[in-house]
Design a protein around this ligand. Structure first.
Ligand code: TYC
Length: 112
């Protein structure tokens, strides 16, 4: 909360009562954002990663393929930026999906 202090003369007849008016305006803070990352490994099939990116991050096939290749070559890539709750949900969904298919794919989040 930020306060501005304004000195104001009162409108009394004698003009002697100088008051202090404290105006407050709520300072709207943007919520922190979180990057969701996927990590490379030697075992998860490329097509599975592409499918995950399409399914959970709404990427086109071409975008998903490109990001998968980036992860494969560089080790890690950001797949999206979200609020804490959405990022947490995506990570949990991806980890659960990978585990159910017995792939070691790792998905994590970090504060932007
Ligand atoms: N490196 C994997 C392979 O050669 C493919 C892969 C890409 C795995 C991206 C995980 O996040 C990943 N089959």
């Amino acid at each position: 909360m930020q306060s501005d202090i304004t000195l104001m003369a009162s409108r009394d007849d004698d003009d002697t009562d100088f008051g202090v008016k404290v105006e407050t305006r709520p300072k709207t803070k943007r919520p922190p954002l979180y990057k969701v990352l996927i990590l490379n490994d030697d075992y998860t099939p490329m097509e599975f990663v592409v499918h995950v990116l399409e399914r959970f991050f709404g990427l086109s096939h071409a975008q998903a393929f490109e990001i998968m290749l980036t992860v494969h070559k560089k080790g890690v890539a950001v797949v999206g930026v979200f609020s804490h709750e959405i990022a947490e949900t995506k990570v949990a969904l991806v980890m659960d999906f990978a585990q159910r298919h017995q792939h070691p794919l790792q998905c994590t989040m970090e504060k932007e």
